[in-house]
Design a protein around this ligand. Sequence first.
Ligand SMILES: Cc1cc2nc3c(=O)[nH]c(=O)nc-3n(C[C@H](O)[C@H](O)[C@H](O)COP(=O)(O)O)c2cc1C
Length: 308
Amino acid sequence: MNVLPDLRVHLGPLALKNPVMVASGVFGYGDEFAGLAPYGELGALVLKTVTLEPRRGNPPACRTAETPAGMVNAIGLENVGVQAFVRDKLPAALAYGTAVIASIAGETPEEFAACARILDATPIAALELNISCPNVKSGGMAFGIDPEASAAVVSAVRAATGKPVIAKLTPNVTDIASIARACVHAGADILSLTNTFAAMVIDVERRCPILAANTGGLSGPAIRPAAVYRVYQVARATDVPVIGMGGIWNGSDALEFLLAGASAVAVGTALFADPEAAHRVLHGITSYLIRHEVVRVTDLIGTVRLHE
Ligand SMILES: Cc1cc2nc3c(=O)[nH]c(=O)nc-3n(C[C@H](O)[C@H](O)[C@H](O)COP(=O)(O)O)c2cc1C
């Protein structure tokens, strides 16, 4: 192939220059990673979840634990609050020069909507609804495990903003397809998945959980096959674009998600090990397309060949 492959993707109303994003929470508001890599080259930057009022998060004593092929975290949605986010954090994130996606959470659908109204007036490219955080006592995953509660959040936000709305799903449910359909019916333009898997790590000498919050969310390569399967299920159950994530470390990992039906991918935990992980993923996808003579990355989406 003589020409470079076309990496552009359209996620419904959201057009991206390529399908590789950073996942919410691991990139902070962007300022912590300033100067570590040219993040403006990526398709989109999803920033840390913000809420209407600032939150202190869980006790800082122990918020993360390393596990085989992954980590468990219970940060508890520590954030500066949406007003300070817009005033103090968003301008620097926008200065990277690529699509910036804000992530919001709340304890009620009205709180989500109030955040959405504030962010509607900013140049963000889309709004991701974190209805899937396993590390907070109220709100968070409590919405994402129930189709009606998920739909209530999406409808409230839909009425509050004209921005593209992304519903971020939790894997901690029996039937993820029914939650996905409820979100789409309520007006979600895009679905993203997965958030972390509910988990616990115990220090056997002290006979107590390692995390101060007792339980947390598992991320990293340990969850990848389970996340790929859920993306496959959701992509088949709905007709909106899907953003896939969970343990993506390189181009091949990302391609699994694209073949399973994702239109874009997000890199999370890998960024802690290597701030250039998302760039490595993007280069890996590009060289695969060249090697297989695929002209457009969109030609691959959902094309996994199942065995008879
Ligand atoms: C330390 C940490 C903080 C996170 N914070 C958020 C967050 O604020 N909002 C959110 O929607 N997801 C958050 N996540 C979940 C990630 O965005 C992602 O969905 C998950 O970690 C799976 O991807 P990965 O295995 O590539 O990390 C966080 C994950 C980690 C590891």
